[in-house]
Design a protein around this ligand. Sequence first.
Ligand SMILES: NC(=O)c1ccc[n+]([C@@H]2O[C@H](COP(=O)([O-])OP(=O)(O)OC[C@H]3O[C@@H](n4cnc5c(N)ncnc54)[C@H](O)[C@@H]3O)[C@@H](O)[C@H]2O)c1
Length: 275
Amino acid sequence: MKKFPKKRIMITGAGSGLGRAISLEFAKLGWNICVSDINLERADETLSMIKKEGGKGFSYLCDVTKPDQIETMADHLRAQWGGVDVIVNNAGVAAAGFMEKIPLETWDWIIDINLKSVIYGCRTFIPLLAEQGRGHIVNVASNAGIASLPEMSCYNVTKAAVISLSETLRAELKPKNIGVSVIAPTFFKTNLMEQFTSSDERQKKMADAFFNKSKTTSRDIARHVVKVVKKDKLYAITQLDGKFAWLSKRLTPELYFDIMGWGYKRGIGDKLLGM
Ligand SMILES: NC(=O)c1ccc[n+]([C@@H]2O[C@H](COP(=O)([O-])OP(=O)(O)OC[C@H]3O[C@@H](n4cnc5c(N)ncnc54)[C@H](O)[C@@H]3O)[C@@H](O)[C@H]2O)c1
């Protein structure tokens, strides 16, 4: 982390789950944290936790679906800290549904929060990082964008797009000395189910079961975020099941989807989750 002596990081969706855990991990390393969230009360809670650990920073109200609010936040960071070293586009929501039944409003909602927010975050902060001559962008995607599980099309699509955007920027931003990482975890327990959307009770139960069965914590994933920034790595495929999906899809894509279709037709996922 020597290339960032001023240790300034901004994290969206930092009032809960992964964003909070990333805030705490960087605080422990002595970083200044801009704890940004649409829910200021929760952002303040994160800030209190940071301060309890001897860390420093401030909370900041920002709705990531509003590009003007992200621009104002960038101006604020410039005024407050003289710039920022690492930005983490983390805020996100989840939804499930059969393709033909997902309401168009749900598509707009999830694309705005999970994808367009990352586009706004990158395009707003790139000029500032370039002007500084260095910086790092972390985009939080999901293994959903790789594994493409059935009944999750709207979530999968947003996360696959975030992976593609991050891969594109990895090379595009090299000449500007800006690193790019993309985080692709499988399930871990957070408050993601609070805003989870699906019209199907079975899908809600399945998502709940996935989260509850996971042994991974937000802190485990946050440590991967520290590692990719430190080592300037593109990918964080954080868990073993995610690595398996990533490798099998890359090495044998036809077989991967054949097996997925075979298992889905027989309801194997439902059986494994006890549905
Ligand atoms: N939990 C998992 O299993 C999992 C797996 C893979 C990827 N992810 C991704 O991790 C990221 C963090 O999710 P989490 O699991 O910590 O969930 P979470 O619900 O605990 O936290 C999400 C945070 O985003 C904030 N947020 C929502 N809409 C916002 C908006 N418009 N503007 C600003 N902030 C907003 C919420 O207030 C909340 O604090 C998401 O992008 C999610 O897709 C989570």
